[in-house]
Structure formats: C-alpha cells, structure tokens
Design a protein. Structure first.
Length: 279
C-alpha cells in the first residue's frame, strides 16, 4: 500500500482560511445580534449622540488613521477594530552575519546593493482584537512577503547543489538579484496612545512559497533560475511597529538564518521600512 505524502503548505492554507472564515462569521453573527438588541432599546437620545459623533468624526484628523478596506462596524471615538485587507509595507531587505552588517572577507560575494534590495509586504487579512477597550489589542493576520536581495558582485547560483554554490564565469551583470516569496502570519500586541500613536510588537512565522535568481548582463540578456537554493523553508522571528495616523515604521528580524544550517552562508535576514497603508 502506498502512503500519500501530506502537503503541509496546502494544509496550512486550508487551516488559515478556515480559521479566518470562522472568526469572521462569528464576529458578524455577534454584530448582528448586538444590532438587533440595540435597535430594540435605542432612544431619540441615542440617535442624537450618534449624529453628534458623526459630526465630530468628520472634523477630526483621526479618521485618516482608518484608511484601507475594512469589514465590520466596530467604530469608536478613536479607533476601528475589525478585519482589514489590502494593507501594504515597503522597505529594505538585508542580513546580518554574527549581529553585524559588515560581512567578513569570505562572504564578500554577498555584499549588497541596497538600492535594489527591497521588501514588499501585502497584508491580505489583518484583524485587531481588543483586549482593554481601544487601548490594548491583539493583532494577527495573513501576509505575502517579497524579499529581494541585490548583490554587488557578478555570480550565478548553481541549482540543486549542497552546500550553496556560486560560480563566476566572467560575465558582467547589471542586475543580480535573489528574490524570495513567503506566506507569513504575524501575532502582535498593540498599545494605542493619544492622537492615534501606537506601538506594536510580537512574533511572526512564515513558509517559503518560491525563490529565484534574476540576472541581466551588460548586453541586456536576461536569465532566471528557479530553485530553493537551500533556503530555510520556514522562517520565524520578531516584528515591531511604531505608528502615527496612517503611517508607521516597521522592523522584522528573523531568528533563524536565510539558508539551512551548513548548506549556505550564515546570514540572518532583517527588514525595515514604512507602512503606507497601515492599520
């Protein structure tokens, strides 16, 4: 009898989808029940209060903190707590070696061109769950993360080789990039202060969806090499944000190396940038 191998990536997708769908359905059900109950007890005084809040909301800059596409009606004076989609980060991708950005001589090949080493995060789903009213909340979600490392030196990465191997055949490249795509799940504790200032910190975990090296020589010839390049297929680490209004600064530090232990250079990923459509 043949035992079919389990596809853990598909299982992760299905599990996360079921979790978010169940949570959203439960939230909508509770919201509908609360609305029905409120409709039974609402008075003219309550309606006047709502109209007054709407007028104040239109006049206050706090509303700009609520950009993006969202679901739910959990509004209060300062914040909105609910599901958000389409949030975005843009920043830089780099790495440390033994807690230093300065690489030793044996890793000179991996010197970066920071102008092309970029990080894009698309937060497909993000939810903030209030713990202490609108001041402290638990934030979690599902994100796609593209991390791009542009190298200053000319080399090609060999496919299906252990350990990680590069070759220099004398070709001069205008572009030499290693691109990775991860599916990530962040979990952060968020503290909100006055005037929409907030700070968040927590952990994240991710699974590698794909990787490729993109090369372009001086004559314009292009080459794409798709492989896992001995990259760690699972990544985990710490993530933090400091924000004001719709903008924030984020930082992400992995707790494991870019490559598998003993199968590539010891480089620890680090990303930093801004959130242009924040929670």
């Amino acid at each position: 009898m043949t035992v079919k191998k389990i596809n853990f990536t598909k299982l992760l997708f299905v599990g996360l989808f079921a979790f978010f769908a169940t949570t959203l359905a439960a939230q909508n059900q509770n919201q509908n029940e609360n609305e029905n109950q409120n409709q039974k007890t609402r008075t003219s005084k309550d309606l006047d209060k709502d109209e007054d809040f709407e007028k104040r909301w239109k006049k206050t800059p706090n509303r700009y903190h609520n950009w993006g596409i969202h679901f739910g009606d959990n509004w209060d004076d300062d914040n909105w707590n609910g599901f958000r989609v389409g949030l975005m980060d843009i920043g830089f991708s780099t790495y440390f070696h033994e807690n230093s950005l300065n690489l030793p001589a044996e890793l000179d090949d991996f010197d970066q061109n920071y102008g092309g080493s970029l990080n894009f995060n698309l937060h497909a789903i993000r939810h903030r769950l209030p713990i202490v009213k609108d001041k402290i909340g638990l934030e979690y979600g599902l994100s796609l993360a593209w991390k791009q490392y542009k190298f200053s030196n000319d080399f090609q990465i060999l496919e299906d080789t252990i350990p990680f191997t590069i070759v220099d055949d004398g070709t001069k490249y205008k572009k030499n990039k290693l691109k990775t795509t991860f599916l990530e799940v962040p979990l952060m504790l968020t503290i909100t202060g006055k005037r929409n200032f907030y700070i968040s910190g927590g952990i994240y975990g991710g699974v590698l969806l794909g990787a490729k090296q993109k090369l372009k020589d001086e004559n314009g010839n292009k080459l794409k090499i798709k492989d896992d390049f001995n990259l760690n297929k699972f990544r985990y680490g710490m993530v933090g944000r400091i924000g004001f209004g719709p903008f924030a600064i984020y930082a992400q530090l992995a707790m494991n190396d870019l490559f598998k232990d003993g199968q590539g250079p010891a480089l620890t990923p680090f990303n930093v940038g801004i959130s242009i459509l924040d929670f």
